[in-house]
Ligand binder design. Structure first.
Ligand code: ZN
Length: 386
C-alpha cells in the first residue's frame, strides 16, 4: 500500500460519490494478526451495558431455540468480524486501518480501500460520529440498525460503482471468485448471518434505490433525516414516501403500540421493538422463506417484553399491522410457527437444543392488532394468556 495509490483511489471515490475531501485521510497497514487484535480490542471496549444487552439477547434466542444453547454470542460475533474484516475506518481517530498479508495489493484490497475511503469521505462531509451518538440517544435498536444500513449501503454502492468504473474485467472476475462470506460466517446460525449481513446487503439495495430516484443528493439528505426502521430499509419506497420525520435530533413519534404489561412475579429481561427484520428472521426459522417474508411485511409497529419468571421464560410481542388483512397473515404465520416450534416432531433448525419440556404459544388480536405469547413453560403460558 502506498500513499500514491491511496491518493489516486481517494480522488476517484470523491468523483464517484460527488463529494469533496476536506483533508487528507490518515491510514496505516496492519498484519492479519494485528487486525485480529484490534478487533478484539474494540470488542473488549464494549461497555458493560452493551455486553449485558448482548447476553440478554442471547438468552432470548436460546430460550426459543433460535441459536444452540452452547453458543457464546459475543465470542461468535467477534470471530465473524475478525475473519471478515479486511479494513475499517476509525470514526474516532478518523483514520483507515487496512489489513495486508504482505502479498501486495490486488483488486480485492483495492475495492476494500474504496469502501473505507467512502466512509471517510462521508464522515468528513456529514460527521458520522456525531450522528451516531445522536441516534444512540434514542436507545432504539430499529433506528440504530437502519442508520448502520444507510452508512454501510452508501460505502458499498460507492465501492461497486468505483469498481465498474476503474477496474477491468479480469480484476472484477478475481473479486467475484473471492467474494462471499468466510467459513465462520457461513457456519453461523441463520439468524446471526442475517443480522450481520443486513446492513451490507439491504443497505446497498436501499442506497441504490434512493440514488436512482433522487441521485446522490437524496442519499446526502438521508443523513439529515435518516431511515428510522428496518422496514424502511427493506422497503425503500416506504422511506421515500413517508415525508420528513422527526430527523436525527427530533423527538421520536408517539408510540403506536404500548409495551406489553409486566407479569406479576416476573422480571423483565429485555424489552423493545422487534421490527420487521427480526420478525421476518424469526418466522423464517420454521416457515417457508417467502411466507415468512410476506407475513413480516405487514409490520407497522410493535413492542415486546421478555420476562424471567423464576427460571422459566415468557415473551410477548404486541404488533400493529398495516391493515386487518396483513394482521390476519401475521396471525396465521405465527400460529403455524408456534405449532412447529412447540411440536416434538418439529423440524428444529437446532435439534441439539431440543428440550423434551416443550413450551407453547398463543396468538390473539383483532383488527390490525396481533399479540403473540411464547413461553417455555405451559403453565406460565396459561397464566400470561389469561
Ligand atoms: Zn463499511
Amino acid at each position: 500500500m502506498t500513499q500514491e495509490l491511496i491518493d489516486s483511489i481517494a480522488d476517484q471515490v470523491a468523483i464517484v460519490r460527488g463529494l469533496t475531501w476536506r483533508s487528507r485521510v490518515g491510514w496505516r497497514v496492519v498484519t492479519p494478526d494485528e487486525m485480529r487484535d484490534l478487533i478484539r480490542e474494540q470488542n473488549s471496549e464494549l461497555s458493560e451495558q452493551e455486553k449485558a444487552d448482548l447476553g440478554r439477547v442471547a438468552r432470548l434466542l436460546k430460550t426459543f431455540r433460535l441459536i444452540p444453547p452452547e453458543t457464546d454470542l459475543e465470542g461468535l460475533l467477534g470471530e465473524i468480524y475478525q475473519s471478515e474484516i479486511v479494513g475499517f475506518y476509525d470514526t474516532d481517530k478518523q483514520e483507515l486501518v487496512l489489513r495486508s498479508d504482505g502479498d501486495g495489493v490486488g483488486p480485492v484490497e483495492k475495492v476494500a480501500l474504496a469502501h473505507e475511503l467512502a466512509h471517510a469521505l462521508v464522515d468528513q462531509n456529514f460527521d458520522l460520529g456525531e450522528l451516531k451518538r445522536k441516534i444512540e440517544e434514542f436507545d432504539d435498536s430499529e433506528r440504530s440498525a437502519a442508520f448502520e444500513a444507510l452508512v454501510e449501503g452508501d460505502a458499498s454502492v460507492v465501492m461497486i460503482e468505483w469498481g465498474w468504473r476503474y477496474l477491468d474485467s479480469n480484476e472484477i472476475s478475481e473479486i467475484e471468485r473471492e467474494a462471499g462470506g468466510g467459513e465462520v460466517l457461513d457456519s453461523a446460525p441463520r439468524a446471526i448471518r442475517r443480522w450481520v449481513e443486513f446492513p451490507y446487503e439491504y443497505g446497498t439495495e436501499f442506497v441504490f434505490t434512493l440514488k436512482s430516484s433522487q441521485g446522490w443528493e437524496g442519499v446526502d439528505a438521508a443523513y439529515e433525516d435518516p431511515p428510522s426502521s428496518t422496514r424502511e430499509i427493506l422497503h425503500p419506497d416506504k422511506y421515500l414516501t413517508r415525508g420528513r420525520s422527526a430527523g436525527v435530533a427530533g423527538t421520536p413519534k408517539a408510540a403506536e403500540v404500548e409495551p406489553p404489561p409486566r407479569t406479576p412475579g416476573c422480571d423483565t429481561v429485555l424489552e423493545g421493538v422487534a421490527g420487521e427484520l427480526d420478525t421476518w428472521t424469526i418466522l423464517e426459522e420454521f416457515l417457508a422463506a417467502s411466507r415468512a417474508r410476506e407475513a413480516a411485511e405487514g409490520w407497522k409497529s410493535d413492542k415486546f417484553r421478555f420476562e424471567d419468571c423464576g427460571g422459566r421464560h415468557v415473551l410477548r410481542v404486541d404488533y400493529l399491522a398495516e391493515s386487518p388483512k396483513e394482521a390476519d397473515e401475521l396471525r396465521s404465520a405465527w400460529s403455524d410457527w408456534i405449532e412447529r416450534w412447540s411440536s416434538p416432531e418439529g423440524n428444529y433448525p437446532h435439534p441439539e437444543s431440543f428440550s423434551p419440556e416443550l413450551g407453547g404459544g398463543r396468538v390473539s388480536g383483532t383488527g390490525s392488532r396481533v399479540s403473540v405469547i411464547l413461553a417455555d413453560d405451559l403453565s406460565l403460558l396459561e397464566r400470561k394468556a389469561a
